[in-house]
Write a protein that binds this ligand. Structure first.
Ligand code: IPM
Ligand code: MG
Length: 355
């Protein structure tokens, strides 16, 4: 398994180290070819570029990429292409990682950490499928300029082509067939032309999957319903911008964004795996960040990129075991549980793999 390890900035290196530890313990060193490369602020420090040419080459040569997090406060002041945080966006775009899977599931042990009442989230298992290669994130024109009246104007462009919408909607329906057979497409078709096209395409594609239950929702109403009755959803497919927002909100249903993994796949099957959380600069370097999102991202990698669902399930079981044994990082700590640091949590998962 050829894996590029791009740990990045902030808590990225700490949590990624735990995921690597768990991968080694799961599949064995002999099966792993890991290549580390700097990205984000680390890329700027190493090569003056948040996504150094050498890092890009390593990412392209790998079967899969394990990504930590990139970017630090103050980055916004830099030109877009030089921003450490933008390195991730460039990777997504250049590798055409259009299908972003963000599973949101409840570990029973963490039910008390959810922002919602236990009965609303017990057994919760939904998948946010976020389109990741287009939309207002990449649309042109963009930028801040001064208009003819001397007034400063900021512009971004919400943009989707029909094929871009079509391919993510197909992924949604195919994925739903492996799950509970339901797709909800989330848009803002009542206001935005881009989203009118989105809805039209989603409705058309849905006809090709009569065995899958299709619905659509406007993003504002969707978020409200997700907070009221999240268990009614199975696969939720949405654009890049709405997917970003909706997935952070969904994270709180499970107690902590420190628990949520993700996979981003390209049409040719290349995958980037990363925790949904960011660099968390306030807790970086303190060995207190929760590594479970990164560890669970490595589990998704074994499943999606290397077709080893049994090994992937083994990691998920090990995570469930350590939670049942009371191990908690600070973000999910509850009185009576056993508070551990980042590295200890990684060790606990490794130990639980053996049982
Ligand atoms: C995410 C993050 C990124 C995004 C940032 C770090 C660019 O919030 O992956 O959800 O907006 O896509
Ligand atoms: Mg986000």
């Amino acid at each position: 398994m050829k894996i590029a390890v791009l740990a990045g900035d902030g808590v990225g290196p700490e949590v990624t180290a735990q995921a690597v530890k768990v991968l080694r313990a799961t599949v064995g060193d002999a099966n792993l070819q890991l290549t580390e490369a700097p990205v984000g602020g680390a890329g700027v420090a190493a090569a003056g570029d948040p996504l150094p040419v050498a890092t890009m080459a390593i990412a392209k040569a790998a079967d899969a990429i394990l990504f930590g997090s990139a970017g630090m406060p103050g980055d916004e002041a830099l030109p877009y292409a030089q921003r450490p945080g933008a390195s991730l966006l460039r990777l997504r775009k250049e590798l055409d990682l259009f299908a972003n899977y963000r599973p949101v599931f409840m570990f029973p042990e963490l039910i008390g950490a959810s922002s919602l009442k236990p009965h609303l989230v017990e057994g919760l298992d939904l998948l946010i499928l976020r389109e990741l290669s287009s939309d207002i994130y990449f649309g042109e024109p963009r930028g801040v300029s001064t208009n003819a009246q001397g007034i400063r104007v900021g512009i971004n462009t919400m943009y989707y082509t029909e094929p871009e919408i079509e391919r993510i909607i197909h992924v949604a329906f195919k994925t739903a067939r492996q799950r509970r057979g339901k797709v909800c497409s989330v848009d803002k078709a009542n206001v935005l032309d881009t989203m009118q096209l989105w809805r039209e395409v989603a409705e058309r594609v849905s006809k090709q999957y009569p065995d899958v239950e299709y619905s659509n929702a406007l993003v504002d109403a969707f978020v409200m319903t997700m907070m009221r009755q999240p268990k009614q959803f199975d696969v939720v497919v949405t654009g890049n911008m709405f997917g970003d927002i909706v997935s952070d909100a969904a994270a709180m249903l499970t107690g902590s964004i420190g628990m949520l993994p993700s996979a981003s796949l390209s049409p040719d099957g290349r995958g980037l795996y990363e925790p949904v959380h960011g660099t968390a600069p306030d807790i970086a370097g303190k060995n207190i960040a929760n590594p479970l999102a990164s560890i669970l991202s490595a589990a998704m990698m074994l499943d999606y990129s290397f077709k080893q669902p049994e090994q992937s399930a083994r990691i998920k079981r090990a995570v469930a075991t350590v939670l049942a044994d009371g191990y908690r990082t600070a973000d999910i700590f509850e009185p009576g549980s056993r508070q551990v640091g980042t590295a200890e949590m990684g060790d606990a998962v490794v130990a639980a793999l053996k049982v």
